[in-house]
Design a protein around this ligand. Structure first.
Ligand SMILES: [Zn+2]
Length: 97
């Protein structure tokens, strides 16, 4: 095992000073296809679960809800402070709790 002495915990996040997005650890999901930084959110108006994720190639954020699929914007990504309309945006995703 290499000894790093904990100096390089997350060089990308610290170097770029990215905004931090905290997500409950239980809601975080593994990458799937072209999507990374995936996590589940529960709809406030129903019991549905939607998935928020970041495109690996375009670096924009998307949601699995009908609004985002049809219009590329929805209340879920807006309420998280993420940009709509497939605008690239980087955050440091942190599991919390
Ligand atoms: Zn949505």
């Amino acid at each position: 095992m290499a000894r790093t002495r904990g100096r390089e915990k997350n060089p990308m996040a610290t170097a770029k000073n990215l905004p931090v997005l905290r997500v409950p650890r239980f809601a975080m999901l593994p990458d799937k296809g072209a999507w990374t930084n995936r996590f589940e959110i529960r709809s406030s108006s129903s019991n549905r679960i939607y998935v928020i994720a970041q495109s690996k190639t375009g670096r924009h954020w998307g949601c699995s809800c009908p609004a985002w699929i049809h219009r590329r914007t929805c209340k879920h990504i807006v309420s998280l402070g993420l940009p709509a309309f497939e605008r690239p945006h980087e955050v440091a995703l942190q599991g919390a709790g």
